[in-house]
Design a binder for this molecule. Structure first.
Ligand SMILES: Cc1cc2nc3c(=O)[nH]c(=O)nc-3n(C[C@H](O)[C@H](O)[C@H](O)COP(=O)(O)O)c2cc1C
Length: 382
């Protein structure tokens, strides 16, 4: 099963893990895959600290980092205060009424609208604005680190980023939800395209993995493609490899593991949820992102309510509510458990509570191997 990409990256199995939890990323690398630390919620100092920790934990084995660097950001974009000023009062009032309805307590006194909120383990997008001032210090930390893979979620990386990582022998990956985005990545010099199917947790496109994987492989014409979206078992991994992917990129499958920093209350909700319980909603970031379906996502889909704002405004607006709902749900306050949500894909129905990353990893690889052996032997009828 190891692919050429495994050899290039020095990993054993073509299983990549996206996670905001450093413990998950390190455990996947140690198991023979490649853990990629999702760092969108970290400051440059926090990122530096976490990458140093990864170095210690991974003992020379490969790991990566994922940042949200917009390909088309505008050097003249407003600063944080400028963005905050663009958020209509109607939207602020609406979120406050919503939180009151679900009896979600306020943050500690002194909080002013738009303040950066202490998000801890939460992948809160609104704290960072993805302007050069926010993102560049993190890119610089990544450039100076020992990562072997840099992934960028928001479009094609700039030549500066591509050249910077390439000079250091680091491969650059880009996420893409359509074959034409894959073509753009290839033309720009991206090394790996991660195709994210409709089923995926977090920001995702509109094409399902079954259609997207082979179309992306063909569009990228020789460039390695990782399949992301809906893969949480060895059979699904085998299918992606059979469709031409050079590996799989999984985010949701780790969210309920022992190592994941997902709040306990959310882990419980995940393990009770099924594929039908997720929805693509713009409610947290302003762009469609798959997550648990909750009264919050329902509210933003209701035409009687204000429309979601574009990125990054919706992220700033929702950062405080997201922290409040999660804290209150963890403390069992009001109806917060009902409203608390989290990004997760349609594979949520496969998540089980309390297993270690190593167990999940081993089960996927064993099942993938057995499935591919059956395909090779022609014994594929069930
Ligand atoms: C909780 C969560 C947060 C995510 N945040 C990011 C992110 O910050 N950057 C990114 O490139 N992708 C992010 N993603 C998407 C993943 O990179 C990946 O495309 C997706 O998880 C794959 O589909 P799956 O969830 O079905 O495994 C996130 C996914 C989840 C589940």
């Amino acid at each position: 099963m190891p692919t050429d990409l495994c050899t290039r990256l020095g990993m054993r199995w073509p299983l990549f893990a996206f996670s905001h939890s450093k413990q998950v990323a390190a455990a996947v690398t140690r198991a023979g895959g490649l853990g990629v630390l999702g760092a969108a919620q970290l400051t440059a100092d926090e990122l530096e600290e976490q990458l140093a920790w990864m170095d210690q934990q991974c003992g020379g084995l490969p790991y990566g980092v994922d940042l949200l660097v917009p390909g088309d950001y505008d050097e003249g974009a407003p600063d944080r205060a400028g963005f905050i000023a663009q958020i209509p009062q109607e939207h602020r009032d609406f979120t406050q009424r919503f939180l009151a309805e679900y009896e979600v307590p306020e943050l500690a006194e002194g909080y002013e609208f738009g303040d950066v909120v202490e998000a801890g383990h939460l992948p809160i997008t609104g704290n960072h604005l993805y302007t050069p001032a926010d993102v560049w210090p993190c890119v610089e930390v990544a450039l100076a680190s020992n990562v072997r893979l840099f992934a960028n979620a928001l479009g094609v990386a700039s030549p500066q980023i591509l050249d910077g990582f390439h000079e250091r022998g680091v491969l650059v990956a880009g996420l893409a939800g359509q074959p034409r985005h894959g073509e753009k990545h290839k033309a720009a010099g991206t090394d790996i395209v991660i195709c994210t199917g409709y089923e995926a947790g977090g920001h995702t496109g509109e094409i399902g993995s079954m259609v997207l994987i082979p179309d992306m492989v063909d569009a990228c014409d020789g460039l390695p493609v990782l399949a992301g979206g809906g893969i949480a078992s060895g059979r699904q991994m085998a299918a992606a490899l059979v469709l031409g992917a050079s590996g799989v990129w999984c985010g949701s499958v780790w969210l309920a593991t022992e190592e994941a920093e997902t709040p306990e209350v959310v882990k419980r909700k995940f393990t009770q949820a099924r594929a039908i319980d997720t929805v693509r909603s713009k409610g947290y970031t302003g762009r469609p992102a798959r997550q648990l379906s909750t009264p919050w996502t329902d509210a933003w889909a209701d035409p009687r309510n204000p429309e979601t704002l574009p990125m990054p405004l919706q992220g700033i607006l929702s950062a405080e509510p997201q922290v409040r709902m999660t804290r209150a749900a963890e403390a069992g306050q009001g109806r917060a458990e009902e409203v608390v949500g989290y990004f997760v894909g349609q594979a949520v129905g496969r998540l089980r509570h309390g297993r270690s990353v190593a167990e999940v990893f081993e089960e996927m690889i064993t099942e993938c191997d057995a499935t591919l052996a059956r395909v090779r032997s022609g014994d594929i009828a069930i």
